[in-house]
Design a protein around this ligand. Structure first.
Ligand code: HEC
Ligand code: HEC
Length: 629
């Protein structure tokens, strides 16, 4: 289900003054809106689609009918209700209404304080499964390629429980991969030493050796201590195998493979909370949450030890752990998966390639492409490790540089002479227009068409990925942008767009979207700097609906910086959704607000975001069974 949270509607508040939460908006005005535009079809016993306005008539309905309210607001926001042909509100009225609904629902949901929300069972996704096998068996083997890819759910990530069910195809492929990995490990000296820690020999019976091996292996595979009784099924497998063939090793490997088929390995299930009240999560479940969040893999020895001491909810311990985990190479798993899905740059390797004829220098140079793709990932990773301000993502004097990127940008970077090809944290020379995410070619390319820039796509991208305030989806019947006929005088994309902004209906959206993209028009469709487009100087000026004029990326960033809390809120919501592996609910918005406040108090330090998420109620607690959601 596309989550309620996406009602995140018209937070366009400040940047887009036409929209959002109008200060004087009241419950009565919302009622007036419904009466004017909806009553004709949604009143009384014959109400269409079972949507009856009297359900929404009392203020208490914001609490008791929250989900209905939010569904209703989504339909209005998307311009689906009222249907075409009936008298319709203009965009301002629509957004004033939906902005009010969202704020009112949030207020109601937060009235009870922070709540943990659901914690669904999920299978390990492809990346997690691959990494877990690698760490568990201590092998360097990527079994991922043979596994089916996972779709995205929740807040847009492929670790969302909503999508991680187990199909027959999955079980078969996962089992095959487990068998393959175990056979591989059995041939590796290092993994053998790690797993086969006992052997029948002087004074040790085969059964005793098998038991020792399983006692060490199972808690790691299941990511929690095991009881003696949990061992028995695997001892039984071991004995059964020996009845066929008395050799020790094939028999113990058979039993170990059995463990990799267990749901306790394959799924991330937390011991259920059958009580009616929320309770603190069990320490081992917490260790797994931490490690799958920051490493995309199983906990290591130290995490298990701290869990055994029962300390994983102590802020000081969690802080120390978060810092340590981020510095470990495994955190690259997390940052890469998070960033590439958040910014959509994963599409650069999956179908969103620039046109090979127009941009051969990009398409043919694999090293450059890889540097481009990794730049935003490594940038966030450095911010996290250095504990620098998250606002560097909007604008920064630093970036990730390589010799390939320097050549692509057309200026020298102060690269470490010994390793010019390796990505590194560098200070940007003055006036380069490359600071922050929006100076990065990965972002500029993924928000363009393969063959040209689109200020509309870039504007939409900024409103969505950076501010978390995506514009409403476009109406269905919009004619495409006029392409330039052969022989006609060249026109810039901007000139062609001006036409449709003359139409007030189109302008209601495009006067907010396009100016943001215009400011980025100096970057071509693969993010190179240009001063001309279509034979004319690039016009990089824009004007916001409130009359604020600006030009070029620097001034756009200044405006975005004025909305830094909107940006941080969006980032926090995305990362919380990723950390919890599920879509956020209305109730989670209180948690997001608290996280943003915490991060602001800490001068936007990157690690303070991680800490606030890990210490948050939904991360640390488990809802009671009686909860409806
Ligand atoms: C001209 C008649 C008409 C008007 C006016 C109208 N609707 Fe609808 N509405 C429908 C019809 C028909 C459906 C069922 C088809 C659909 O879901 O698109 C529907 C469905 C809905 C649903 C979907 C229920 C569900 O199960 O998802 C919601 C919510 C809704 N309307 C809200 C509104 C709101 C809010 C307004 C006023 C802003 C409004 N409608 C105005 C005809 C109307
Ligand atoms: C409700 C908001 C909204 C309205 C109203 C709207 N658009 Fe759009 N339009 C968008 C969004 C959002 C996109 C970007 C879609 C995407 O991400 O692919 C878009 C994309 C476009 C594009 C593609 C831009 C490109 O670079 O190729 C054109 C052309 C366009 N709209 C023209 C129009 C015209 C003409 C009208 C009026 C008849 C109009 N739009 C009304 C929201 C709107």
């Amino acid at each position: 289900m596309r989550c309620v949270w996406r009602v995140a509607i018209a937070v366009g508040v400040v940047l887009l003054p036409a929209a959002g939460q109008e200060p004087g908006y009241t419950f009565d005005r919302a009622q007036q809106f419904l009466k004017t535009y909806c009553q004709a079809c949604h009143e009384g016993g014959s109400a269409v689609a079972g949507v009856r306005l009297d359900r929404f008539a009392a203020p208490a309905s914001l609490r008791t009918e929250a989900h209905r309210w939010s569904r209703l607001a989504i339909r209005v926001r998307n311009g689906e209700m009222p249907p075409k042909g009936s008298p319709a509100p203009d965009l301002d009225a629509r957004e004033a209404f939906t902005g009010w609904v969202e704020a009112a629902l949030r207020r109601e949901a937060c009235a009870g304080g922070m709540t943990p929300g659901p914690a669904p069972i999920r299978r390990l996704n492809r990346d997690e499964y691959t990494a877990t096998l690698r760490d568990l068996l201590d092998i360097h083997l990527d079994v991922g390629q043979s596994l089916p890819a996972d779709g995205a759910g929740g807040e847009g990530f492929d670790n969302a429980a909503e999508t991680l069910f187990l199909s027959p195809l999955h079980s078969e492929k996962y089992l095959e991969a487990a068998r393959f990995a175990m056979d591989f490990a059995a041939k590796e000296y290092k993994s053998r030493a790690r797993i086969l820690i006992a052997a029948p020999g002087d004074g040790i019976s085969p059964d005793q050796a098998a038991r020792r091996i399983l006692e060490a292996f199972l808690p790691r595979a299941f990511r929690r201590p095991v009881e003696a009784s949990d061992l028995e099924p695997y001892m039984a497998l071991f004995r059964a195998a020996r009845e066929q063939d008395p050799a020790f090793e094939p028999a113990i490997l058979f039993a170990l493979r059995g463990a990799l088929v267990s749901p306790l390995f394959l799924f991330r299930a937390e011991p259920p909370n059958s009580g009616s009240e929320a309770r603190r999560l069990d320490q081992y479940a917490l260790a797994s949450r931490l490690s799958y969040f920051l490493w995309g893999s199983m906990p290591d020895e130290l995490l298990f030890d701290i869990a055994a001491e029962g300390k994983l909810h102590e802020p000081a311990v969690v802080r120390a752990m978060a810092g340590r985990m981020l510095r470990n190479d495994k955190s690259l798993n997390f940052v890469q998966r998070f960033v590439e899905q958040w910014l959509r740059t994963r599409e650069l390797t999956a179908g969103h390639e620039p046109d090979a004829q127009l941009f051969p220098e990009y398409v043919r140079d694999e090293e450059l492409r890889s540097d481009i793709r990794l730049q935003p990932v490594l940038f966030l990773r450095e911010l996290l490790m250095r504990d620098e301000s998250l606002l560097h993502l909007i604008d920064s004097r630093y970036t990730i540089g390589t010799s390939n990127l320097a050549k692509f940008f057309g200026f020298e970077m102060p690269l470490n002479p010994g390793r010019r090809k390796q990505p590194q944290w560098v200070e940007l020379p003055e006036g380069t227009n490359r600071g922050g995410l929006m100076g990065m070619p990965a972002v500029l390319t993924v928000s363009s068409y393969p063959y040209r820039t689109s200020p509309v796509l870039r504007g939409t991208w900024v409103m969505d990925a950076i501010l978390g305030t995506p514009p409403p989806p476009p109406p269905a019947d919009v004619p495409p942008l006029e392409e330039i006929a052969a022989g006609a005088p060249p026109k810039s994309v901007r000139e062609r767009l001006t036409q449709h902004r003359a139409n007030p209906v189109c302008a209601s959206c495009h006067s907010r979207i396009d100016p943001i993209g215009f400011a980025l028009e100096n970057y071509d469709a693969i993010g190179r700097w240009r001063d001309e487009d279509g034979g004319k100087p690039v016009d990089n000026s824009g004007e916001m609906p409130d009359g604020r004029k600006f030009h070029g990326p620097d001034q756009l960033k200044t405006i975005l910086m004025d909305h830094k809390d909107l940006f941080v809120r969006n980032l926090a919501a995305k990362m919380l959704g990723y950390a919890l592996g599920r879509g956020l609910t209305l109730a989670d918005s209180c948690t997001v607000d608290a996280i943003v406040a915490e991060v602001r108090e800490n001068n936007y330090r990157a690690q303070s975001l991680i800490e606030a998420i890990v210490l948050s109620v939904p991360f640390q607690y488990q809802a009671g069974a009686a909860r409806k959601e």
